[in-house]
Design a protein around this ligand. Structure first.
Ligand code: ATP
Ligand code: PRP
Ligand code: MG
Length: 285
């Protein structure tokens, strides 16, 4: 197998959770000395620590094989790098916002000044909706631009909405995009690299499943087995084993972590007992 070259965000909100995810997947990615590259020889991969905005550029050009980006950054870079899998962190929406009562619908943007750090993403969206604006391209702190008088509206990342509120802005129009961290791949990966990439993808997926699901074990009377299994269908099928106690079975199944307390209540109602929930470390499914 050839060594897979992977781009990892070196700062910003993608950086820490990306390092945590790769570490949980068994990769050596922790930088003790702000290294620019780590050679993880045991896993036959090299990690390159780059600015989040540049990752889709390296991967799209084929210089690097894979990377972690934000969906919004990937679309804005428009390099041909492919989104392979969402990673479940750094979730945000991308929205238009303006002073309350000034602009209230997408059409109101026509001919106005719109500040953003994501000009390609915004231009593409507006072109699709037949609206033309004067884009003001900024590096960050975009929300302040309206107050300072260089823009009539902003198009920016919104998570909690605190930044917009602090700048006296409110969102309008539909969300432009739902974004989160994503695993990306260069176009046309060669066969050899493809096998390494598949291993990376499967390992990351294994950690994501382990974060999303818990293992639920319970005992239940045979008469209640069908109803109980319907509550815990698992990803493929629950495991049902005989119990030493006559007329009872033991069941084991994966349940979504956020659903677990409700499923436990319902299992109890149908007659299940000794219901145990265990967190998962990792998985390969
Ligand atoms: N507050 C936030 N909540 C969730 N995701 C965010 C937030 N801010 C930025 N992002 C996401 O992080 C990625 C942007 O990377 P970037 O490094 O620019 O983030 P950042 O947190 O703005 O970093 P910095 O401001 O230090 O440059 C995008 O995918 C964006 O959607
Ligand atoms: O809705 P919120 O929870 O307020 O989060 C969204 C804000 O977070 C990021 O800003 P950051 O602090 O990274 O500064 P920047 O705009 O200079 O990148 C993003 O650019 C938004 O401004
Ligand atoms: Mg930022």
């Amino acid at each position: 197998m050839t060594t897979l070259r992977i781009a990892v965000p070196n700062k910003g909100s993608l950086s820490v959770p990306s390092e945590q995810l790769l570490t949980a997947a068994g990769y050596r990615v922790h930088r003790s000395n702000r290294e620019l590259m780590i050679d993880d020889t045991r896993n036959d991969v090299q990690f390159f620590f780059l600015r989040p905005r540049d990752i889709a550029v390296y991967v799209g050009s084929g210089t690097l094989d894979a990377g972690i980006s934000g969906r919004d950054l990937l679309i804005d870079a428009d390099t041909g790098a492919l989104e392979i899998m969402p990673l479940g962190y750094s979730a945000s929406t991308f929205r238009f916002a303006a002073r309350p009562g000034t602009l209230t619908a997408l059409a109101d943007l026509d001919g106005r000044r719109v500040a953003t750090s994501y000009p390609t993403l915004v231009e593409k969206y507006l072109a699709e909706h037949g609206i033309s604006v004067r884009l003001v391209k900024l590096d960050g702190a975009v929300e302040t631009s309206v107050q300072l008088g260089i823009a009539d509206a902003v198009a920016d990342v919104v998570e909690t909405g605190t930044s917009l509120r602090n700048s006296g802005l409110v969102v309008f129009g539909d969300p432009i995009l739902e974004s989160e961290a994503v695993l990306i791949q260069r176009p046309e990966l060669e066969e050899d690299a493809l096998a390494s990439f598949e291993r990376l993808r499967r390992r990351l997926k294994g950690v994501l499943i382990a974060r999303q699901y818990v293992m639920v074990d319970y005992d239940c009377p045979v008469e209640a087995q069908a109803a109980a299994c319907a509550l815990t269908p698992g990803i493929e099928a629950p495991t049902v084993s005989p119990l030493a106690r006559e007329g009872w079975v033991a069941v084991r199944s994966l349940v979504r972590r956020d659903r677990a307390p409700f499923v436990m209540d319902e299992l109890w109602e149908v007659g299940a007992r000794a219901i145990l929930v265990t967190p998962l470390e990792s998985s390969r499914i």
